[in-house]
Unconditional design. Structure first.
Lengths: 388, 731
C-alpha cells in the first residue's frame, strides 16, 4: 500500500480539484481509494462535484478541516488528495447520522456500512478504521463508542473531527461523491500488514487535581463543588496567572483539562467557553467523578509528542511505510503558530524522509491511547502509518 | 539521588491520583447501573477506556447455570450474537479474544452462589498499570456487587411497578372501554377515577374534576344536599345501593343517571373507595314518558272516539225518533227517555205555546235517579222570571251550561219524604233552547245527579245538537200543521169563492135568459118597460157584485205579490167616513140598523183615498153584516199625529181565541154557511192599514159585539215617529 498525494491552493473548487487530482494521479497505477481533505473556504457541494468529476470511478471520502497538509507543507486554503495505491488492501466506506440526534447509533451505522463494503476479512489481514465525525454536531465521544461497539476489538483506530478554522459554523463530510453535514464517515481498511497508529499530545499537569463534582455531557458545571471556571481561575492564580471570562479563551487554548488514565496518561479535553453560571464547555464529554487536572503544554513537549506519535506509528508498522495520515489538533497549530511547521517536520522526520504524509488540522482526534479501546481526544496528534 | 527521590515521589503521587480518579470516575459511572434500563455496555466502555483494556466483559450466570452477557466493551455486534458456554471464562467464542498474547483479569463480582457475575478484562499485552489496580478493580467490583443488588432490586421494583401500572392501565382500559359510567370516589366523596364514558357524557376531563366533591361539580344544586347525605350513608357502608340522580354536563344539560354503587374495603375492613356504576337513562326515561303520553293520548282519543260514537249513536237514534213521527211531542217524549238512558239522569222538555207559562211536554228520569227517589218527586215548571235555569233559557233563548254545578240549581225538583221535603240538586246540568227560525220554541234540560259524572263541552255540544234537531222536528211539525190548516182554509175559500161567484152568475144568467126568451118570441118589443128595466138592474147589480168579488181577489193577489200601489193625497177622514156612511144608507135601512156617526171634526191626513174608503167600507159592511140590526157607532178622533177610526157594533162578537186569526186570509170568525163573503175583508183591511203605517185592533167578546179600531199616522206611513225619526237639520 502506498499513497500518492496531490494538492492545490486554488480557491476555485474546479481548479483545486483538477490541480490536486492531476498531481496525485500523475503516474498513479490503478488507485483503489482517495482520501480527500480540504479547508473550509470551499463550497463543499461544489467541491464534491468537482472532485467527483476528476476522480471518476475512484472511491473517495474525506472531510473539511481548518488546514490541510501534504508532507510539511501546510495549506490554510487548499485541497489535498491522497490516492491509495496497491493491491494489498481493501477499503470500504460508510456513513452514519445525523450525529446530533443519536451519536452512538451514527457511529455504529457508519462502521456497519463500511465493513459491509468489505469482503470477509481474509485470515491474517488486519483491519483499521478511520473515523471522521462532524465534531460540531452531537457528542463525538459517543460516536466513537458506537463505532467501537459495532466493530469490536483487535482493530487499529484513528481519525479526527471534521472541523473548520475554529469559527465553529459548519463542517463537511465527503462520501459517495457528495458532501454532507451532521454525519460521521468511516473508512475501513483490511490489509495484510497492520496499520501503525501513534497518539500523543505532550500536555502535562499544570494544577492540582480537581474532582468533577457536577458534569453535564461536555460541560463541566462544577469542579470541587465550585464553578468550573472558578477552579480554573484559582489554578491560574496559584501559578501567578490572572484569569477572567474575557481572557479565558486564550488561557484555555494553552490549558486544557486532563482526564487521568490508569496507565498514567491523560485524555485531553479542550475548553471552548465559559457559560454565565461559571460552567465550562468542552469539545467532548467530561466524566463525572474523575479527578481532572488543568494541563499545560510546552512547545517542545508538543513537538516531541508529535514526533513521538509518528515514531509510535512508524514502529507499529512492520516493514516499509507506504505513507502516513496525520490528524493533528487545530489548537496545536493555534498554539504553535509558525512552529507548526516544525511539528510537520517532526512528523515527517519520524516517519522517514520520502514517506508521503497527508493530514489535516482537526477538531478532536480519535485513537486508542496505550492500546485498548479508542477514545475521542483533544489537542492531540494521531499518526497512522500505512504499511508499505 | 534527591531528584530521583522527588521524581519517584511525584510519580507515586500521580499514580495515586490517577488511581483515585479512575476509581471515582468508575464508581460514579457504576451508579448508572442502578438503572436496570441502562446498558452495562456504557459502564464497561468507561472501564476499558480508563484501564486501557481491549475488551471488557461482564458475564452473569443465572440460577440454572445459564451464562449471559450482561455487558461488553470491545465486542462487535456480530460477536455479541454468539452463544455462550455454560461455564463462564471457559473458551469464550469471541474472535476479539483470539489474538495471541492477550492478558486477562477475572474479577468476581459476587461470590455467594448463583446467580454469579464476573468481570473479565482483556489487555493486548501485560498492562503497564501500577500493582494497586488489581485491588482497585476488586474494590470496583464490590461497588458493582452493591450496584447489582440494587439494580436487581430496582429491576424487581420496576417490574412490580410496571406490572402494577399494567394492571392499572388494564383497569383503566377496562373502565374506559366500558360504556357504563364509572366513577370512583374516596370516602369523602372526592373523585378518584372518572372513566371515559363519564368524560364523554359530561364534557369534563378527569383532570378537571380530580379531587373535587362530585356533588359540587356534577349534581344540580337542588339535589346536592340530598346526594351528599345519601353518599354519607353509602360511605358508611349502609344502604342506597340503587338510586337515580341527575348530573349536569359542562354545557348545562341535565342527564338522568341510574346508579348502582358499591364500596371497596381495605384489608382492615374500612371503606377505601365508593364505586358508582351508572347508566344514562335520560333518553330511555324520555322515551318511556313519551310512550306513556302517547298511550294516554291514544286512550283519550279512543275514549273520545267512543264517546263521540256514543253521542253520534244517540243523535242518530234521536233523529230517527224525531223524524219518524209527525207528532213531535210524542217524539220528544221518546227522545227524553232515550236521553236519560244514555246521557242524563233527568231530562225535561218545556214548550212555549204562546200561553203565559210553558208547557212541560215530558220529564224523564233515569233508573239511578228513580232508585234514589224512593219517595215521590215533583218538579215544578220553569219560572220564566228566574235568573238561571230552563226558565231563563226559555225567556232569552240562550243555553246555559253548568258542568261543575257552579250555579247548582234545584231545577225545581223536590223529593217528598214522610216528614220532610228535600230539594233535589243536580251538580251538573245543561239547558238548551229549542230554537227554530230565531224563535225559542221551548227548552231541553238535562241533568246528572251526584256521581253521574260532570258534563263537558262535548256534552254541551251534543245537547245543543239534540235541541237543534228537536226544534227542527218541532218546527217542521208545526209548519206541517199550519200547512194543513192553510190547505183546509184554501179549500174552504175556494168553495166559498165559487159559491159567492156562482150566486150572481146564476142571478145574471136568469135575467139574461129571460131577456133572450122575450127576444126570441118577439115579446121583447111588447114587454113592459118595468120588466125589462128590472132585469137589466138585476144584471147590473150582479155584475157589480161580481166585479167587487174579483176586485177583492185582485187586491189580495196584489197584496201577496207586493204589487199594491197606494196613491197618497190629502184626505179628510171625517168627510170620507160621512160620505161612505151616506152611501150605506140603503143597506142600513134595509137591515134596520141605526148608525151613530161621530165624525164632525175634520181629520185630514196623507192617505190613499180609495183604499181608506175600502177600509171603512169593509168595517162598516161587517158591522152591518154581523151587527144583527143593532146600532152601529162610528167615531173619528185623533191628535196632531194620529187619526183614529172606531167602528163598534153590538152583534155576535168574536171569541177571544180567534182574535189573532181574523186578520189572516181566508179566516173568518163565523161559519161561511151562516154569513156570506170571501173572508178576505179584514185581511185586506189589515194589510191596507199596515201599508199606510197604521194598525188595526179588535176588541170583542162572543155575543157582545165587536169594536175595530184603526189608527193611522196623519203624515203618511213614512212620517210615523216610530217608523222614521225626524230628520235633523244641518251637519
Amino acid at each position: 500500500m502506498r499513497i500518492q498525494i496531490g494538492k492545490s491552493r486554488s480557491a476555485d473548487c474546479i481548479a483545486a480539484a483538477r490541480e490536486a487530482s492531476q498531481e496525485a494521479l500523475r503516474g498513479a497505477d490503478a488507485p483503489t481509494f482517495a482520501l480527500v481533505l480540504c479547508t473550509d473556504q470551499y463550497d463543499a457541494v461544489a467541491l464534491a462535484s468537482a472532485v467527483r468529476k476528476v476522480l471518476g470511478d475512484i472511491p473517495w471520502a474525506g472531510c473539511s478541516a481548518a488546514g490541510v497538509f501534504a508532507g510539511t507543507e501546510l495549506l490554510l486554503q487548499g485541497l489535498v488528495i491522497a490516492l491509495f495505491l496497491g493491491d494489498d488492501f481493501l477499503v470500504g466506506v460508510g456513513m452514519g447520522g445525523p450525529v446530533s440526534e443519536s451519536p452512538r447509533a451514527a457511529g455504529r451505522a457508519a462502521v456497519a456500512e463500511a465493513v459491509s463494503k468489505l469482503p470477509p476479512k481474509p485470515p491474517g489481514h488486519r483491519r483499521a478504521l478511520i473515523i471522521l465525525p462532524d465534531a460540531l454536531s452531537g457528542n463525538p465521544t459517543e460516536v466513537v463508542r458506537g463505532a467501537q461497539q459495532e466493530a469490536g476489538a483487535g482493530i487499529r483506530w484513528a481519525g479526527g473531527g471534521a472541523g473548520n478554522n475554529l469559527r465553529f459554523v459548519k463542517t463537511a463530510q465527503f462520501t459517495q461523491g457528495h458532501a454532507y453535514q451532521d454525519q460521521v464517515v468511516v473508512i475501513a481498511f483490511d490489509a495484510r500488514e497492520p496499520f501503525g497508529v501513534g497518539i500523543q499530545h505532550g500536555w502535562s499537569p499544570y494544577g492540582p487535581p480537581s474532582q468533577v463534582t457536577k458534569a453535564r455531557g461536555a460541560t463541566a458545571v462544577e469542579l470541587d463543588y465550585e464553578s468550573a471556571f472558578e477552579v480554573y481561575r484559582r489554578t491560574a492564580v496559584s501559578r501567578g496567572d490572572s484569569l477572567d471570562e474575557q481572557s479565558f479563551a486564550r488561557f484555555a487554548m494553552t490549558h486544557p483539562l486532563g482526564i487521568p488514565q490508569a496507565n498514567g496518561e491523560f485524555v485531553i479535553r479542550d475548553p471552548l467557553s465559559v457559560d454565565p453560571d461559571g460552567s465550562v464547555r468542552f469539545i467532548a464529554e467530561v466524566p463525572d467523578g474523575s479527578l481532572v487536572r488543568v494541563m499545560e503544554g510546552k512547545r517542545t513537549d508538543l513537538l516531541d509528542a508529535a514526533a513521538g506519535a509518528a515514531t509510535l506509528a512508524r514502529e507499529a508498522t512492520p516493514g516499509a511505510v507506504g505513507g502516513a495520515v496525520v490528524f493533528d489538533c487545530v489548537s496545536r497549530y493555534l498554539l504553535l503558530e509558525e512552529g507548526v511547521q516544525d511539528e510537520l517536520a517532526r512528523f515527517q522526520n519520524a516517519l522517514g524522509a520520502g514517506v508521503p504524509v497527508v493530514g489535516c488540522l482537526t477538531l478532536g482526534e480519535v485513537g486508542a491511547m496505550g492500546g485498548g479501546v479508542p477514545q475521542f481526544h483533544n489537542k492531540t496528534a494521531v499518526v497512522v502509518a500505512l504499511p508499505g | 539521588m534527591e531528584d530521583h527521590g522527588a521524581d519517584a515521589e511525584h510519580k507515586l503521587t500521580e499514580e495515586r491520583l490517577a488511581l483515585l480518579s479512575v476509581l471515582q470516575e468508575l464508581t460514579v459511572a457504576a451508579l448508572d447501573l442502578l438503572d436496570p434500563d441502562r446498558s452495562a455496555d456504557d459502564f464497561l466502555d468507561r472501564v476499558a477506556e480508563r484501564l486501557g483494556c481491549m475488551v471488557a466483559l461482564w458475564l452473569q450466570s443465572d440460577a440454572w447455570g445459564q451464562v449471559g452477557l450482561l455487558g461488553a466493551s470491545g465486542l462487535s455486534t456480530a460477536s455479541r450474537q454468539l452463544p455462550l458456554p455454560e461455564r463462564p471464562e471457559a473458551d469464550l467464542p469471541y474472535p476479539e479474544l483470539a489474538s495471541p498474547g492477550l492478558v486477562h483479569w477475572s474479577v468476581p463480582i459476587n461470590d455467594a452462589g448463583p446467580p454469579s457475575s464476573v468481570l473479565l478484562l482483556y489487555f493486548d499485552r501485560e498492562p503497564s498499570l501500577p500493582r494497586q489496580y488489581r485491588g482497585m478493580v476488586d474494590r470496583l467490583c464490590g461497588v458493582l456487587r452493591t450496584a447489582l443488588i440494587h439494580r436487581r432490586l430496582f429491576a424487581r421494583t420496576l417490574d412490580s411497578e410496571r406490572a402494577l401500572q399494567h394492571e392499572r392501565d388494564f383497569s383503566s382500559a377496562v373502565l374506559d372501554t366500558a360504556r357504563a359510567l364509572v366513577i370512583v370516589l374516596d370516602p369523602e366523596g372526592r373523585i378518584v377515577r372518572f372513566n371515559r364514558a363519564c368524560q364523554e357524557m359530561t364534557g369534563y376531563s378527569f383532570e378537571e374534576l380530580r379531587g373535587a366533591h362530585f356533588w359540587t361539580r356534577l349534581q344540580p344544586p337542588e339535589e346536592a344536599a340530598r346526594v351528599k347525605r345519601n353518599f354519607a350513608v353509602l360511605a358508611a357502608g349502609q344502604g342506597h345501593e340503587q338510586y337515580e340522580s341527575h348530573w349536569m354536563t359542562r354545557t348545562g344539560e341535565r342527564r338522568l343517571i341510574s346508579w348502582s354503587s358499591n364500596v371497596l374495603r381495605g384489608e382492615s375492613g374500612t371503606i377505601e373507595y365508593v364505586i358508582g356504576t351508572g347508566i344514562d337513562i335520560t333518553e330511555h326515561r324520555r322515551t318511556e314518558q313519551e310512550r306513556d303520553q302517547t298511550f294516554q293520548r291514544e286512550q283519550q282519543a279512543r275514549a273520545r272516539a267512543e264517546e263521540q260514537e256514543r253521542r253520534s249513536a244517540l243523535l242518530a237514534e234521536a233523529s230517527g225518533l224525531l223524524t219518524s213521527s209527525l207528532a213531535p211531542k210524542d217524539a220528544l217524549r221518546s227522545v227524553a227517555a232515550l236521553t236519560v238512558r244514555r246521557f242524563a239522569d233527568w231530562c225535561a222538555v218545556d214548550l212555549l205555546d204562546g200561553s203565559p207559562s210553558p208547557q212541560r211536554i215530558t220529564e224523564a228520569r233515569s233508573e239511578a235517579l228513580r232508585a234514589t227517589a224512593l219517595a215521590r218527586m215533583h218538579c215544578a215548571l220553569p219560572d220564566l222570571e228566574a235568573a238561571h235555569g230552563p226558565g231563563r233559557v226559555l225567556r232569552v233563548g240562550e243555553p246555559e251550561f253548568f258542568p261543575e254545578g257552579g250555579a247548582s240549581l234545584s231545577l225545581g225538583c223536590v223529593r217528598d219524604g214522610q216528614d220532610l221535603a228535600e230539594v233535589v240538586e243536580f251538580p251538573s246540568w245543561i239547558s238548551v233552547p229549542l230554537l227554530a227560525r230565531a224563535h225559542a220554541l221551548g227548552a231541553l234540560t238535562l241533568a246528572r245527579m251526584e256521581g253521574g259524572g260532570r258534563y263537558g263541552q262535548a256534552d254541551f255540544d251534543l245537547a245543543q245538537e239534540l235541541a237543534r234537531r228537536a226544534a227542527m222536528a218541532l218546527d217542521n211539525a208545526r209548519l206541517y200543521q199550519q200547512a194543513q190548516m192553510a190547505i183546509g182554509l184554501r179549500d174552504e175559500f175556494l168553495s166559498i169563492a165559487s159559491h159567492e161567484l156562482k150566486t150572481p152568475v146564476t142571478s145574471l144568467q136568469l135575467s139574461v135568459q129571460g131577456l133572450m126568451r122575450l127576444g126570441r118570441t118577439g115579446a121583447l118589443r111588447t114587454a113592459p118597460v118595468e120588466t125589462v128595466t128590472h132585469s137589466l138592474e138585476v144584471i147590473e147589480r150582479q155584475a157589480k157584485r161580481m166585479a167587487k168579488l174579483v176586485n177583492t181577489l185582485l187586491d189580495v193577489s196584489r197584496i201577496h205579490a207586493g204589487r199594491l200601489e197606494l196613491e197618497f193625497e190629502e184626505v179628510d177622514l171625517a168627510a170620507l167616513v160621512r160620505d161612505v156612511a151616506a152611501r150605506f144608507a140603503p143597506e142600513l135601512a134595509t137591515s134596520g140598523t141605526r148608525l151613530q156617526l161621530h165624525a164632525d171634526r175634520a181629520m185630514p191626513g196623507v192617505w190613499d183615498r180609495s183604499r181608506l174608503d175600502q177600509i171603512f167600507t169593509n168595517l162598516l159592511s161587517n158591522a152591518i153584516k154581523y151587527g144583527e140590526g143593532r146600532p152601529i157607532e162610528v167615531r173619528v178622533e185623533g191628535d196632531s199625529v194620529m187619526a183614529r177610526l172606531e167602528v163598534r157594533d153590538q152583534g155576535i162578537g168574536i171569541p177571544a181565541e180567534r182574535h189573532a186569526r181574523i186578520f189572516r186570509p181566508f179566516e173568518r170568525a163565523v161559519s161561511s154557511r151562516h154569513y156570506g163573503g170571501l173572508g178576505l175583508g179584514l185581511h185586506i183591511v189589515n194589510q191596507l192599514v199596515e201599508r199606510m203605517g197604521g194598525s188595526v185592533q179588535v176588541a170583542s167578546e162572543a155575543g157582545h159585539g165587536a169594536t175595530f179600531t184603526v189608527e193611522l199616522p196623519r203624515r203618511g206611513p213614512h212620517a210615523s215617529p216610530a217608523a222614521e225619526p225626524p230628520a235633523h237639520a244641518g251637519p
